[in-house]
Design a protein around this ligand. Structure first.
Ligand code: ADP
Ligand code: ZN
Ligand code: ZN
Length: 751
């Protein structure tokens, strides 16, 4: 028997191995095997398929060393899905394998999955009958604490119907009784209780008890009906619903309907910041049918979720971030892509650089499932697909409880500064409104999409600016750590006491980030409790949850944050939102900059006055008359869409053209420049003016790798197979000519 094995390497898709006869019975597609690869490197690989005959012209075929999993770790149609991912996103099957199978399954890595166990206590056989309980107590006459603990044991370990004391985990008993381990050990030593290790799950256990779904209001019911209607003809439907219209409620009804039919539902979220709130809402309705999968769970938990889904009592609803599209679903009936416009759905590095929304649509088609894309500010691509009839479209423009959308008030900061009426970060109007809001007992949200204290330092005398030694980017000043940080590679540097070029001791901060805002707010509102939410304050899942919870409970009155605060979080008492610097959002070199700025400003505005009361938003900008700012003020998505699509058509961008970034990297600048030039020339011979560049990207060096980028603009209806052949052939030719360089493809790039 010969098999094709997928290995975690970025080269060929599969490699042929020979199966020793004694292992044949265990081999099926999807089983993990250990094999030698290259110079005696041992890898875990995945059996792709069995072949009866050996390939021709292969001199020495190595044997499989061991079978590592009892069963296939995949379900239909996962392999087909991997193949699609690797074809579409131009990477190898091995790269998909490496990225999606939890590392706990791979034997060659550290952190192989280990079943977690806990100590459980029960009566020893000698004292396990009700009569003998009395005897046990008689042993404890002169040990009051032990006697008390035994009572606690009987009380807390009682099992449901039988009412007899059974078993309780040691940890739980100690917690509930408040007794010390010494007392407990005494009971074990006296032979009354015994302890044994039992396997336990690491996953959050939700209660089996659930409550009925919330009843939809009239508008929600109409939207729900319209979705069902659309699904008769279309597989994908865009639910364009303003913030707080109750999209999440509609999702819960669709999920309920799906699992009633015995099928599974996948609820995708763009990032972990949101999972806590949505988990809280879903577990009420779906209880222990719900599994949660996000990027901050550890590799053991990953394996447990994976195994749960392979088993007979699998989760029926999975709430997860983008990588959960790779879980082994039995039968998906529904995929919800919430906040579908979010760039967080795109995987940047490493390969596969997939877009989870687009991949989810393909996955759904393999399962015969329906897809809901939900957003208050849809991606232009999705809205376009709805316009052309490719997707269904359902609009929900009433907020739940019919509070109006927030009132957005523009403030012209350029003019205020010119008239010397504004010095720092906050305009007089914003300051006034903040005072008012706090007096009314409401909360404030401040949005600035820059973390750190100052985006940059500068010497006024010689114009020196500190830059990363390994990346072409200026460093951000973090006051809290008294450090300069590179936001590309994460390296930190000491803050110079004076300018290293000219000795000037007075280095100025340029611009402001969330850290600086926090400091200023403490000065403005001493004693008021303030939270900051950005990549620096949320390194761990715990700290993120704590920030959200302190703001939810009202313990914190003010929340300052980057784009993390714009996403779907549902806070009840936000009276005022401040957008501090609209210009910074609009001025970055990307064709999606305006779309993104619109989305961020609308989304963050949407956090104001959810439920009960209309909220207010102060939008600080240098050019409030700019058409994009106007579309935000009027909350006119269509105006933004029309404006943007016109430009995109003109300049050959999505949704009219498909973009592919070819990224080349080399440690030497001249080399990368030459290679990129040659590659572009080669491609131009076949693709003509669809090839743009090469260009040096805005950050032309990262981690000491010099970077060049070639952009392909391909007609959306063009054949990808044909294109892939051209790219593979040209790439191979380049590798022959220039032995060493890094080559990456990014299909449908974001940002
Ligand atoms: P969206 O997802 O569109 O932003 P949500 O589903 O978060 O809106 O709804 C906003 C708030 O209104 C939530 O707190 C939600 O619980 C509440 N809500 C919306 N619809 C209903 C309903 N039909 N019954 C009860 N509460 C609702
Ligand atoms: Zn200087
Ligand atoms: Zn760097």
């Amino acid at each position: 028997m010969y098999i094709e094995v997928i290995l975690p390497v970025p080269l060929a898709d599969t490699y042929t191995y020979f199966v020793p006869p004694e292992m044949e019975a265990q081999i099926v597609s999807g089983v993990l095997v250990a094999v030698d690869f290259g110079k005696n490197k041992r890898y875990s690989g995945l059996v792709s398929h069995i072949r009866r005959t050996p390939p021709e012209n292969m001199p020495a075929i190595k044997p499989v060393l061991a079978v590592e999993s009892e069963h296939s770790i995949l379900r239909m149609p996962q392999l087909r899905f991997w193949e699609w991912i690797s074809r579409y996103y131009l990477c190898s099957l091995g790269e998909v394998f490496k990225a999606v199978v939890p590392s706990g399954f791979h034997a060659e890595r550290t952190g192989i999955y280990i079943q977690k166990t806990e100590s459980f206590l029960r009566f020893t056989p000698l004292y396990a009958t009700p009569d003998s309980e009395k005897e046990a107590f008689s042993l404890l006459k002169r040990a009051a604490k032990q006697e008390q603990l035994l009572h606690s044991f009987i009380q807390y370990s009682r099992a449901g119907v039988s009412g007899k004391p059974e078993e309780i985990s040691r940890k739980e008993l100690l917690e509930k009784s408040g007794a010390s381990p010494v007392i407990l050990n005494a009971l074990v030593e006296k032979g009354i209780l015994e302890s044994r290790e039992k396997p336990v799950s690491r996953l959050q256990n939700f209660s089996r008890e659930t409550k009925p779904l919330n009843k939809l209001n009239l508008f929600q019911q109409e939207a729900y009906n319209a979705l069902i209607q659309n699904f008769r003809e279309k597989d994908v439907c865009l639910l364009h619903g303003v913030t707080s219209s109750g999209k999440t409620e509609i999702y819960t009804h669709l999920i309920h309907e799906t699992i009633q039919k015995g099928r599974q539902a996948l609820y995708l979220l763009p990032e972990i910041a949101l999972t806590e709130q949505i988990t809280g809402r879903l577990k009420q309705f779906f209880g222990d049918k719900l599994g949660v999968y996000h990027s901050k769970i550890n590799s053991h938990e990953r394996v447990e979720i994976w195994n749960n889904l392979l088993g007979n009592e699998a989760y029926e609803v999975i709430l997860g971030v983008r990588s959960s599209i790779f879980l082994p679903f039995r039968d998906l009936g529904l995929i919800i892509v919430d906040e579908e416009h979010e760039p967080g759905y795109k995987q940047q590095d490493p390969a596969p650089r997939y877009h989870a929304r687009n991949a989810a649509i393909l996955l759904a088609s393999m399962h015969g499932a329906k897809v809901v894309l939900g957003s208050a500010t849809p991606a232009i691509e999705s809205f376009h697909n709805a316009q052309t009839g490719k997707y269904g479209y359902v609009c929900l423009d009433k907020r739940f409880e019919e509070t109006g959308l927030p009132r957005i008030i523009p403030v012209n900061v350029k003019e205020l500064r010119r008239k010397k009426k504004m010095k720092g970060i906050f305009s007089p109007l914003l300051q006034e409104k903040m005072q008012e809001t706090l007096q009314n007992g409401e909360q404030i949200l401040l949005f600035q999409n820059r973390r750190g204290f100052a985006p940059s330092l500068n010497c006024k005398v010689c114009d020196w600016t500190p830059r990363c030694r390994f990346c072409d980017i200026s460093l951000t000043y973090h006051k809290q750590y008294h450090r300069l940080t590179c936001h590309y590679c994460g390296r930190t540097y000491h803050l110079p006491a004076e300018c290293p070029e000219c000795g000037n001791p007075d280095l100025k901060n340029i611009g402001f980030g969330t850290e600086k805002i926090e400091e200023e707010m403490h000065l403005l509102f001493p004693g008021v409790s303030i939270e900051r939410m950005d990549a620096d304050t949320t390194r761990t899942r715990k700290s993120l949850e704590e920030i959200i919870s302190r703001f939810e409970t009202g313990e914190a009155r003010i929340l300052i944050g980057t784009q993390m605060i714009s996403k779907g979080l549902d806070f009840e008492k936000v009276g005022l939102v401040g957008i501090l610097n609209a210009d910074a959002l609009m001025n970055f070199p990307d064709f999606r900059a305006y779309e993104r700025a619109y989305q961020l400003m609308s989304q963050v505005s949407g956090r104001a006055g959810r439920r009960k009361k209309q909220g207010e938003v102060i939008l600080q900008a240098s050019h409030p008359e700019h058409p994009l700012i106007q579309s935000v003020l009027q909350q006119d998505y269509r105006a933004m869409y029309e404006m943007q699509t016109e430009e995109r058509q003109l300049f050959r961008y999505p949704p009219f053209y498909r973009l592919i970034h070819i990224v080349l990297k080399h440690k030497k600048e001249e080399a990368v420049s030459e290679i990129a030039g040659a590659f572009a020339t080669l491609l131009r011979e076949k693709l003509g003016d669809r090839v743009v560049g090469p260009d040096k990207p805005a950050v032309g060096r990262v981690q000491n790798w010099y970077i060049r980028k070639i952009v392909l603009k391909i007609e959306t209806q063009a054949s990808l197979n044909f294109l892939r052949e051209i790219l593979t052939a040209s790439g191979r030719e380049m590798l022959l000519r220039y032995k060493y360089f890094l080559l990456q493809y990014d299909v449908d790039p974001v940002g």
